[in-house]
Design a protein around this ligand. Structure first.
Ligand code: SF4
Length: 114
């Protein structure tokens, strides 16, 4: 990408914020490489430590019956009576997923109709 039309260095330095128009300019024109470099620079300014932490996250899909019809989805089953549909008991999953190293759990129901 040619140099942005605005002062990207001030954004990275934290002395200015991206406007909507500037973000759109980057969205349309910036390379993934440039975005990655700028993001890394901003990250290093905010967190200069030489380590990163993370959260072990677990999404519990307690059912695969869903009323949404996302075109990319191979997970969804439209009907409860489909041969491979399931609805788990949340209590069982809570027990199965408890313990050290699992910091965060997200029961997800997709978009199942009530
Ligand atoms: S909401 Fe989730 S489960 Fe439902 S169709 Fe979309 S991607 Fe699939």
């Amino acid at each position: 990408m040619p140099k942005p039309s605005f002062d990207i260095d001030s954004v990275i330095a934290g002395t200015s914020r991206l406007t909507d128009a500037q973000a759109l300019e980057l969205y349309h024109n910036a390379s993934m490489h440039d975005l990655g470099q700028w993001a890394l620079a901003a990250s290093q300014r905010l967190h200069p430590e030489d380590y990163r932490t993370y959260v072990i996250d677990r999404n519990i899909n307690y059912t695969n019956v869903c009323t949404a019809k996302c075109t990319f989805c191979a997970f969804r089953r439209d009907h409860e009576d489909a041969a491979d549909s399931y609805t788990a008991q949340l209590r069982r999953d809570r027990e199965k997923n408890s313990g050290a190293g699992r910091d965060q759990r997200h029961p997800k129901s997709s978009c199942r109709a009530a």
